[in-house]
Design a protein around this ligand. Structure first.
Ligand code: SF4
Length: 192
C-alpha cells in the first residue's frame, strides 16, 4: 500500500474579469485571490471559509495544514482530486480585522456564479463559517448539522468540521472521517 502524501492541487485561474475584484475592500489586505483548486469539473464541491495560503513567506509553494488534513480524509474514504473541487466563501485570505458579515455576503456572489456554472452533484461545507454563509443562517453549527444530507439552494449538502479544528482537536478525526464517508457513500449511491 502506498503511503498518503499531500500535494498542492492545481489552482483554477480566477476569471479574467474578476482578478481585480475590490468589491468588499479585502483586496487591501494584500493576499491574492484564489478562485478554487482541484478538479474544476468535479462532482463534489468542498466549501471552506477562505483559501489560506498556497505559498510561504518566501513565495514558495506549500501545502498548508488545512489542505493536508482535507486530503488525508478524502484519501481515507477513497475520494481523489478528480472527484473534488475546493472553493471558498471569501476568495481572499483576510490578514487583519474586517467586517465579516458584509464581506462574506459580498464575496458570495462569486460562489453563486460557480454554483451556477459547475452545478456540483454534492456539496460538503467545512466549518461553522462556511455553513453559516452557505445555509444563510447565522446560527448554523456543524455540531447540529453534520451526519445528514441537507438540501441547500437546491444542492444536496453535507457539513463537517473545519480541517483546522480537527488538527487542533485530534479527537475530532474519527467524526471528520465519518462525515467524509457520508459524502463518499452519497456520491457512490448516485453513481450506481
Ligand atoms: S474578498 Fe471577494 S468580494 Fe472581496 S475583494 Fe476579494 S474577491 Fe472581491
Amino acid at each position: 500500500m502506498t503511503e498518503f502524501c499531500p500535494v498542492l492541487w492545481p489552482e483554477e485561474p480566477t476569471p479574467e474579469e474578476q482578478i481585480n475584484c475590490c468589491k468588499c475592500g479585502l483586496n487591501q489586505h494584500g493576499s491574492r485571490m484564489i478562485w478554487g483548486e482541484g478538479n474544476p469539473e468535479a462532482p463534489i464541491m468542498i466549501i471552506l471559509d477562505n483559501p489560506g495560503a498556497r505559498e510561504n513567506r518566501e513565495g514558495n509553494s506549500m501545502v498548508c495544514g488545512t489542505r493536508q488534513t482535507l486530503q488525508k480524509a478524502a484519501s481515507e474514504v477513497g475520494l481523489t482530486m478528480d472527484d473534488l473541487y475546493v472553493t471558498f466563501i471569501l476568495k481572499r485570505r483576510p490578514v487583519r480585522a474586517y467586517d465579516k458579515e458584509r464581506t462574506r455576503q459580498t464575496c458570495m456572489m462569486h460562489l453563486d456564479r460557480q454554483l451556477e456554472e459547475k452545478k456540483p452533484q454534492l456539496i460538503l461545507c467545512l466549518g461553522n463559517v462556511a455553513a453559516q454563509s452557505f445555509f444563510q443562517d447565522a446560527g448554523a453549527e456543524v455540531k447540529a448539522l453534520r451526519g445528514t444530507i441537507h438540501q441547500v439552494q437546491g444542492f444536496p449538502t453535507a457539513v463537517g468540521y473545519h480541517p483546522l479544528a480537527v488538527r487542533r482537536r485530534p479527537n475530532l478525526w474519527s467524526t471528520f472521517v465519518e462525515d467524509w464517508k457520508l459524502v463518499a457513500k452519497h456520491y457512490q449511491n448516485k453513481l450506481s
